[in-house]
Design a protein around this ligand. Structure first.
Ligand code: BG6
Length: 255
């Protein structure tokens, strides 16, 4: 039964890879909407993958979220990647402290025996403060590390779930809902066609920075995120997806 299950997952991986036009897809059995340990399995798979692609002295930029927190929970010393630097991909996006990129970043770095630098920027950020803050030398330094990161690891969320979790102002929630956003990543909200409906103004990695020279790894699972994952990959910003069976089956069936 185990062999059957594993080969079933391998078939799903190939189907999803073709559908989303990705370089690599990894699916863990189960559905993280239903079972919490499935999220940890995705975390473990991500750490394993990271160990294979990251080299010593490189920089990793990460986002926040409970899935990324699971990656941090499973992080361990990476034999192939010593003295790496971990930085948050973007500034504040309105998350609770346990879901913030800064918190997760520090935990990952400590467990991987690497270093970290954090971003302290208030959110929401007005146009005016945005310009002043990015001129601060201490912020500049971290922003330079972020932009030069060789590896980016990020979560993907369901649009309205994320907007509400971040205590987004009502008029922005309406913009997100009226624009029929279904997915969210890096503070960008996408509709089914992958068009950007709304973007949270903050410093750090912008979508256009995800150039092909970087290794971009998305980690997101659960049946409820199928549409969100599909919307994010429409324009195709990342090359690797680590997900679960729940999301994969739903995505292949319904999107
Ligand atoms: C947030 C990221 O912190 O986590 C988002 O900034 C992402 O881009 C979200 O969509 C995912 O959260 P979770 O808890 O579903 O992993």
């Amino acid at each position: 039964a185990f062999i059957k299950e594993v080969s079933g997952v391998r078939v799903l991986e190939n189907q999803l890879k073709d559908k989303l036009k990705l370089d690599y897809v990894l699916i863990v059995p189960g559905d993280s909407d239903e079972l919490d340990w499935v999220k940890q399995e995705m975390g473990k798979a991500c750490v394993h993958y990271l160990n294979g692609v990251l080299h010593s002295g490189q920089t990793v930029a990460i986002t926040g979220g409970s899935t990324m927190a699971a990656v941090a929970k499973m992080m361990k010393p990476l034999p192939e990647a010593e003295h790496c630097l971990f930085v948050p991909a973007r500034g504040g996006l309105g998350e609770r402290v346990e879901n913030q990129a800064n918190t997760i970043c520090a935990e990952m770095a400590n467990k991987a025996r690497g270093e970290y630098r954090l971003l302290y920027v208030p959110d929401p950020l007005s146009e005016e403060s945005y310009h002043i803050i990015t001129e601060e030398p201490s912020v500049r330094e971290v922003l330079d590390y972020i932009k030069s990161a060789e590896v980016v690891i990020h979560g993907i969320g369901e649009a309205l779930t994320m907007a509400e979790r971040r205590k987004t102002p009502q008029e922005q929630i309406e913009k997100i809902a009226d624009g029929h956003a279904v997915g969210e990543a890096f503070g960008y909200y996408f509709d089914q066609q992958g068009e950007i409906v709304h973007k949270v103004r903050t410093v750090g990695l912008q979508l256009e920075d995800l150039s092909s020279s970087k290794h971009v790894i998305a980690v997101a699972g659960g049946k409820s995120k199928a549409q969100a994952i599909a919307s994010y990959f429409k324009p195709g910003q990342s090359n690797v997806l680590i997900t679960d069976e729940g999301a994969a089956q739903q995505l292949l069936r319904d999107t």
